[in-house]
Design a protein around this ligand. Structure first.
Ligand SMILES: [Zn+2]
Length: 474
């Protein structure tokens, strides 16, 4: 069994690694337990280059397999990098992190900086006024922007990439870089370059302490991947309600590299999440549609006909580390719906496709939208600050389309979304109602799904063993 051989090798290496860690000076002991664990895990995953191994194998993503003959040389090569050096580098990187976003339509540089968590007036002033940074000011929607920032929001560097999709042919990408230059009088410097792109597969593991996005930050998982984790599993997990401290997760995703340096995240390939005793997973599969889709291990489609929540779970809506976010006040029959506390202006989505039954003002409800989904189901969204433009009776709407923004119109004492679900005109509890699921995979596609998911499952299992091994109290 290749796996058992692998795990033995992991165990041997794990011991070596830990020995190595013990040798690393006082600096190591000064770190708190969380930081140590995080560095250990990331060091293990980068040193042992499981991700590199899989990256090499994943050059032809459909064909990669974890077989012993392919894994062995990689594992044996592992002992060569200096552990002390790697740890020192990880420690040095400790106080900064990289955030990654895509430019939104009509977004200003100031808004983009704030979304990236940059709190640096001189950097913003430079980007807005310097002639060489002008290309940056013309923010094209969809463009990837990355920023390396310190924990107090100071910008170290910022990179703007082309807006190309990962699916396309990989060649080169034009990158504009804004660097903080610590030596020269000129504090910032702009450079442009063409970089050759390379696709790799990354494996990461993490544990929820506050919010999901806090946990993905800690595990060094890009936001674009964290959001795909939510999208893939939101029919299985209600991220607003179900997440608890100690929930563990593992992910496999594609990333783009240029000249050996991480460029940006690509597609999520697989995710496994433990929520209490429940364990859910999702595997990406090229099902013949344009963007493929996510499926459970048994081939069940995770794209549901109905979303569980009308509010999307994002970094902003989830807060950074607060557990107070998104309280939901449970259903009671007299109240006929569920209330979600959320900041005014938060986007409200249609939980399924349908036709607008009503969009306008009603006493008590304030601005309200009601949607008929199929012969059976209807949903209602009330107290909206505003209704999406063009939404009126008879208009067709797609799943996840924005119906309006959270507000406090009508009889509401604070901003919240009042949400109702009806089955054959009778109110039901949206939190527990049985909802119709989407089309399953055709039987003819099931075997190719199983073949593409199998190596990912093995990798997730391996990742679980590695992360548990490093989590034992000592
Ligand atoms: Zn209500």
């Amino acid at each position: 069994m290749p796996l058992s051989i692998l795990s033995k090798r992991f165990a041997v290496f794990a011991n070596d690694t830990r020995l190595g860690f013990r040798l690393v000076s006082r600096k190591w002991k000064q770190l708190d337990r969380t930081q140590r664990k995080r560095i250990e895990l990331s060091a293990v995953l980068s040193l042992l280059p499981l991700s590199a191994a899989i990256a090499a194998l994943a050059a032809v993503p459909t064909a990669f397999q974890l077989d012993e003959s392919q894994m062995r040389p990689v594992i044996e090569a592992v002992a060569t990098p200096s552990i002390a050096e790697q740890v020192a580098e990880l420690v040095a990187r400790e106080d900064t992190h990289v955030r990654e976003v895509r430019v939104q339509r009509g977004e200003t540089l100031a808004a983009l900086f704030s979304r990236l968590g940059i709190d640096d007036a001189s950097a913003l002033r430079f980007a807005q006024t310097d002639a060489s940074a002008r290309a940056l000011v013309r923010l094209a929607p969809g463009r990837f922007i990355q920023a390396n920032i310190t924990s107090d929001g100071r910008l170290r560097w910022l990179k703007a990439h082309g807006a190309g999709e990962l699916d396309g042919v990989l060649a080169t990408s034009r990158v504009l870089t804004l660097d903080r230059n610590s030596t020269a009088a000129q504090v910032f410097r702009v450079s442009e370059s063409d970089v050759a792109l390379e696709r790799r597969v990354e494996l990461k593991a993490g544990e929820v302490r506050g919010s999901l996005f806090g946990a993905t930050d800690e595990a060094d998982i890009p936001d674009a991947v964290a959001q795909q984790m939510v999208d893939a599993l939101e029919s299985e997990i209600d991220f607003h309600r179900d997440l608890q401290r100690g929930n563990r997760f593992r992910v496999i995703y594609e990333a783009l590299y240029a000249s050996g340096e991480y460029l940006r995240a690509g597609r999520l390939l697989a995710v496994e999440f433990e929520v209490g005793a429940k364990r859910v997973s999702a595997y990406w599969f090229a099902n013949g549609s344009k963007h493929g889709g996510f499926y459970a291990a048994d081939g069940r489609s995770l794209k549901q006909a109905f979303l569980r929540s009308p509010l999307v779970y994002t970094r902003v809506s989830s807060g950074f580390s607060s557990s107070r976010t998104h309280p939901i006040f449970g259903y009671d029959a007299a109240h006929r719906g569920v209330d979600y506390a959320a900041a005014a202006g938060t986007a409200v989505r249609a939980i399924a496709e349908g036709v607008v039954l009503f969009a306008g003002w009603q006493r008590g409800y304030g601005n309200v939208v009601e949607i008929q989904h199929d012969g059976k189901h209807a949903s209602l969204y009330a107290h909206l600050q505003s209704i999406a433009p063009g939404l009126r009776q008879g208009v067709r709407i797609g799943q996840s389309d924005v119906v309006g923004a959270v507000g406090m119109t009508g009889w509401a004492t604070g901003p919240h979304l009042h949400f109702e679900l009806k089955v054959h005109d009778i109110h039901v509890n949206p939190l527990t109602a049985e909802l119709p699921s989407a089309q399953p995979l055709a039987p003819t596609q099931l075997s190719s799904f199983a073949a593409s998911a199998a190596p990912l499952r093995e990798q997730l299992a391996l990742l679980e063993r590695v992360s548990i091994a490093f989590d034992r109290p000592r």
